[in-house]
Design a protein around this ligand. Structure first.
Ligand code: HXC
Length: 514
């Protein structure tokens, strides 16, 4: 056959493969308000940068009517491309082909691109839209999931792994995303659950919609499984592209450096934090007053709002911010906020992103609910993550730093490299009221006017301990600074610590309180 004809044949084969699950299935996908798998990849990557591999892969299943059934690309598209010039590997499940269900060849395509990403040390982005294990392929599907999970774990901390949930993700389909670093969900489109409504109904007799069981809001607000929430697929892709600008390609690199830009003047750092320690405020405005161009990219914004995490830049360099949020539950630490911060700290540490911690909290949340929910175990994750992190660690105590909260929030004792405190900082074992009630109980109850005595003792305690100078006198704080000096000092701290060495004794790995 002449080459010309062979080229024609190639074109024809490609055209067929590009049809995915066919007109009807594509129409159903569109009717659900979803893009097709290929459209998603094109929208996400730089123009004309996508190269597809394994387009002609075919499944080899024979049972339950699979013999001879054509499943184009076996329901998943894989390839490589770029985002703002940064190389990425990508796979997108095609729900129009057998519901994007995962058979053995489908799994082999995903593991092939995962292996490629790890070998090339580039980020991998998985777009998930799948009915889970392909029921007709039995244990071969389960084996496929196992191979994916194993690779997720192997790649963890070496290359960034990003999951996008753009359809139903049932059964095994949710566990690979759960093992990755960042999970993106879209309102009304994303669904994640282990067992679907039908199973729940038949086993438990309970009726629940897919949305209420595991919709985008459920995972962005209640479970914390999702890191980014958006209203549309296009908004979601913009978020992913932005994230890619903040993180390095792999753990041997630094994130890309941008031009430094001063923060916007609308964020006046001296006027954000009220003097009264009981008054709330939005700590994100303090971050905006510090970072380049006041641009703060928040992560898990809708979950565990009492702690704020996200990326900003200082002098063009990516920094991970962790800050107590006095606007939500006075910024206390609890089970969820400890989990949220601890995981982020480990991410930053793995990917050479310096950490900046802003402290203003009354301590850990007391109560039976928290104790029984395991606040000891979860709270310990935060101590572990900060202690273990060897990237440059800078801490600014804005106002309150009481009790365990003082230690946990990147204190000198957990090896912060720089600890600065504002003049209004109060560093004590607990708040002055609680402290006075305990240590002066006798004097207060025996006084002629107990209320007056309590007031006096609270003042006395405040005078003595509720300031930064006792800690500064011990060198636990490096310097007490005016709020306006914060950015300048942080830029300097970052510069000085760019060659930081933090040697640790060899170990296979630690045993964090998972
Ligand atoms: C084979 C599947 C499939 C699956 C969907 N399809 N899921 N084929 N295996 N797991 C097929 C359907 O038969 C249908 O084919 C097409 O995909 C579209 O599916 P619909 O049901 O028409 O779509 P929709 O109404 O939108 O519902 C989507 C859904 C539902 C909610 C995902 O299909 C569903 O509940 N699927 C099963 C989910 C599940 O229980 N998966 C197994 C999990 S066990 P046709 O030919 O009619 O178009 C698992 C174990 C791994 O994953 C555990 C590892 C730890």
């Amino acid at each position: 056959m002449p080459l010309k004809n062979k080229i024609e044949e190639l074109k024809k084969r490609k055209e067929e493969a590009l049809q995915g699950g066919g007109e009807q299935a594509v129409a159903k996908q569109v009717a659900m308000g979803k893009l097709t798998a290929r459209e998603r990849i094109i929208a996400l990557l730089d123009e004309d940068s996508f190269n597809e591999y394994d387009m002609f892969v075919e499944h080899d299943a024979r049972d339950f009517g699979m013999d001879g059934k054509v499943l184009h690309g076996d329901g998943v598209i894989i390839g490589t491309g770029t985002i703002y010039g940064a190389p990425v590997a990508v796979f997108a499940q095609d729900f129009t082909v057998a519901g994007g269900s995962l058979g053995s060849m489908h799994a082999r395509k995903i593991t092939k691109i995962m292996d490629y990403a790890l070998r090339m040390r580039i980020p991998i982005i998985g777009i998930n839209d799948s009915g889970g294990a392909r029921i007709q392929e039995g244990v071969n599907s389960l084996a496929g999931y196992g191979e994916i999970f194993w690779r997720n774990t192997l790649s963890s901390g070496i290359i960034p792994q990003i999951s996008v949930i753009l359809g139903p993700c049932a059964g095994g389909a949710v566990y690979s995303p759960a093992l990755t670093d960042f999970v993106f969900v879209v309102d009304k489109i994303s669904k994640m659950f282990i067992t679907g409504p039908e199973v729940i109904k038949s086993v438990l007799g309970e009726e629940i919609s897919q949305e209420d069981l595991g919709g985008a809001r459920v995972h962005a607000q209640i479970t914390g499984n999702a890191h980014f929430y958006s209203e549309s697929e296009f908004e979601c892709f913009e978020q992913i592209k932005k994230l890619i600008t903040y993180i390095p390609w792999n753990n041997n690199r630094k994130a890309r450096k941008f031009e430094s830009k001063e923060p916007k003047t609308v964020f006046n750092i001296s006027e954000i934090v009220p003097g009264d320690p009981k008054q709330p405020y939005d700590v994100r405005n303090v971050i905006r007053a510090i970072v380049d161009d006041s641009d703060f990219f928040e992560i898990q914004e809708m979950w565990a709002g009492n702690i704020v995490i996200g990326f900003g830049r200082l002098n063009g360099e990516t920094v991970g911010f962790v800050a107590n949020q006095p606007m939500v539950m006075a910024g206390v630490l609890d089970v969820d906020s400890s989990d949220k911060a601890a995981r982020f700290i480990r991410y930053c540490d793995a990917f050479n992103i310096p950490l900046c911690t802003l402290v203003d909290l009354p301590g850990y949340l007391p109560g039976v609910d928290q104790e029984h929910a395991g606040v000891i175990r979860h709270g310990a994750k935060l101590l572990y993550a900060y202690s273990e992190a060897s990237v440059p660690k800078m801490t600014v105590i804005l106002r309150k730093a009481y009790g365990g909260g003082y230690i946990a929030m990147s204190s000198r004792h957990l090896r912060a490299d720089f600890v600065f405190a504002w003049p209004g900082a109060e560093i004590a074992v607990m708040g002055p009221e609680g402290a006075a009630n305990i240590i002066f109980r006798k004097e207060i109850t025996e006084a002629e006017s107990p209320e007056e005595m309590r007031r006096q003792k609270v003042e006395e305690y405040k005078e003595k301990f509720a300031n930064p100078y006792v800690a500064a006198a011990k060198g636990y704080i490096d310097t007490v600074i005016e709020p306006e000096e914060t950015r300048k000092l942080l830029l300097h701290a970052l510069e000085v610590s760019s060659t930081k060495v933090a040697d640790r004794p060899f170990k296979k790995h630690g045993i964090p309180p998972f």
